[in-house]
Ligand binder design. Structure first.
Ligand code: SF4
Ligand code: SF4
Length: 318
């Protein structure tokens, strides 16, 4: 994949699930889907920037977007995509059979075990994830690791076994059930988390050793942050130049809803010329990827691990 700029693109806020840990307010999750532009207008807007994009499409639930498959088809003509999905919408079967997997960096399939069982959505998840895997997509299954999910993690492992996938524990961050995470993890939670992260790395190492670059979401190393999440404030970062945040209406922000850089749809988007100090907060996955290398220290774990896999080193951190 050769791209100039990556977008963390919230395509819509709407979702059919109501996970207790979701950072999006429930009234937004339940809102009517609003499309701000046609497929052709989105394609034209990305193309008109003159850059090649890696669009990380997230939400809400992107696969519920009208013309989701047509949008992905149009974008992957010239650009690349990656996807966050809860795997519940049947449009994913059409996606699997019409999109070129080589234009898709990775798919993060969120298992959301408790919500899914509550809605009898397990079969759909397995069907859609299996179809994507056999049609050649790099699919990573993540599970938001609340304490109760960590206790039931073996169940998630058994659930995915028949389709040849493995759950990756994803760090619980922010407020949940009256506590603030990751600080609220107990020693037992942390120990479980580390064990399952290690097993997930073992499972995915062969798949990841075959790809051009590690997935932007370095969830396989979330165990590095069970004690605390890193603070990137003040560090030199390429956000605004190599990475931007894209809103459903085309508005572009440097990062974390700060520093508007115009609108992609109306052609007013302006890319920054150079790295600048971080003045925002975001998920540390993109921070790890775009902060200047000398500033990251221990936070380059996903990249170091992946390059050792690629280099054939016999020592890969467990
Ligand atoms: S599936 Fe994702 S977007 Fe939907 S409610 Fe759950 S966490 Fe939020
Ligand atoms: S929050 Fe992360 S991605 Fe955003 S500017 Fe800061 S370091 Fe860069």
């Amino acid at each position: 994949m050769k791209y100039d700029i990556e977008a963390d693109w919230v395509l819509l806020d709407t979702c059919n699930y109501r996970c207790g840990y979701c950072p999006i307010p429930h009234e937004k999750l339940g809102s009517k889907i609003h499309t701000f532009a046609t497929v052709d207008a989105w394609r034209a807007a990305f193309d008109a920037s003159g850059k090649t994009w890696l669009a990380h499409i997230t939400g809400g639930e992107p696969s519920a977007y009208p013309d989701f498959v047509e949008l992905c088809e149009a974008l992957t003509d010239k650009h690349y995509i990656s996807l966050n999905s809860n795997m519940s919408n049947r449009s994913l079967i059409r996606f699997a059979n019409s999109i070129d997997p080589s234009r898709v960096s990775f798919i993060n399939a969120g298992l959301h075990l408790e919500e899914r069982q509550h809605r009898s959505g397990v079969d759909a998840f397995l069907r859609h994830a299996q179809e994507l895997r056999v049609t050649g997509f790099r699919i990573l299954v993540s599970v938001v690791a609340t304490p109760s999910i960590l206790e039931r993690f073996e169940e998630a492992i058994r659930l995915l076994e028949p389709i040849g996938l493995f759950p990756i524990p994803k760090l619980m961050r922010g407020p949940f059930a009256g506590a603030l995470y990751p600080n609220a993890y107990t020693d037992a939670d942390k120990s479980r988390f580390r064990t399952y992260s290690r097993l997930a790395r073992e499972f995915y190492r062969e798949i990841l050793s075959r790809i051009d670059e590690p997935p932007s979401l370095g969830m396989l190393h979330d165990d590095a942050y069970v004690d605390a999440v890193p603070d990137f404030t003040g560090r030199m970062c390429e956000a605004g130049r190599k990475f931007i945040q894209l809103e459903p209406n085309g508005d572009v922000f440097r990062c974390g809803g700060k520093d508007r850089q115009g609108n992609l749809l109306d052609g007013s988007f302006v890319r920054r010329l150079r790295a600048e100090p971080c003045n925002s907060t975001h998920c540390y996955y993109f921070c790890n990827k775009y902060v200047a290398p000398e500033a990251t220290g221990a936070w380059t774990l996903p990249r170091q691990w992946w390059s050792r896999l690629r280099g054939g080193s016999s020592r890969v951190d467990g």
